[in-house]
Design a protein around this ligand. Structure first.
Ligand SMILES: Cc1cc2nc3c(=O)[nH]c(=O)nc-3n(C[C@H](O)[C@H](O)[C@H](O)COP(=O)(O)O)c2cc1C
Length: 219
């Protein structure tokens, strides 16, 4: 794991977070914070908790990884992640696309929350991203019936061995049951801890005309 850049973390924590200081575009603001978190070497800066609506509308949450797909030519203003299209979360999103996600960067004590609706990523982007994954992860995407009951660890390892034999010497194609989603936000909030407990919160809300309203919230 890379060492954290303590100087940059201190600068991040001291940075102003105010209606007047933030970017007018919340995704540009998010990308700024995300780039800082990466540069500072914050562990698992890409981990975000994704909350969906489970059976009967009960909340269901789990961590997935945010993927910056700019290098693949995907520069939409949203939050991409990859998963199994037959998992519990996928079934939940098919029933109700509304979802929320949360990032927490412990130092510098920042939180980002987003709420919106989840859509499929274009298949071509999922193909392109799958092709960049390590071979073991590609095989794993075929081998694991995510969220389903399995008899044992040995069963999964046996699946993996069989798939390695099947794809020996050739490229692993993207499974049809694996790919990307994006959360299209209508609300994004940035939170920065302050020692006084008067933490800073700035919320963006998408208005009917497509403009973002920016407001300060009580901590
Ligand atoms: C740090 C971390 C990163 C994870 N990243 C992903 C991910 O990118 N995609 C994914 O499908 N599951 C990921 N998982 C596993 C999920 O949290 C979850 O167990 C899995 O997606 C099944 O969720 P579901 O049964 O609600 O569909 C990650 C777990 C952790 C702890």
């Amino acid at each position: 794991m890379n060492e954290m850049d303590e100087n940059l973390i201190r600068e991040m924590a001291a940075e102003a977070l105010d209606v007047a200081s933030v970017d007018g575009d919340p995704i540009a603001q998010f990308r700024r914070w995300y780039a800082q978190a990466r540069s500072a070497g914050i562990p698992r800066e890409d981990a975000m908790t994704l909350a969906t609506l489970g059976p009967g509308g009960a909340p269901a949450a789990r961590i997935v990884l945010y993927k910056d797909l700019a290098d693949l030519g995907y520069a939409e203003a949203d939050f991409p992640f990859f998963t199994n299209y037959e998992s519990d979360k996928a079934e939940q999103l098919a029933r109700d696309a509304r979802a929320a996600l949360v990032f927490h960067w412990k130092p510098p004590a920042r939180q980002v929350r987003a709420e919106g609706a989840v859509e499929f990523l274009p298949a071509g982007i999922s193909d392109a991203y799958f092709a960049t994954r390590p071979r073991g992860s590609q095989i794993g995407a075929w081998a694991s019936p995510q969220s389903r009951v399995v008899p044992s660890r040995e069963y999964l390892e046996e699946q993996e061995r069989a798939l390695e034999a099947e794809y020996a010497g050739r490229e692993v194609p993207r499974p049809p049951h694996w790919g990307g989603y994006v959360l299209k936000p209508h609300c994004i909030e940035f939170w920065q801890h302050r020692d006084s407990r008067l933490h800073d919160r700035v919320r963006y809300t998408l208005e009917a005309g497509g403009e973002w309203r920016v407001e300060r919230l009580g901590p």
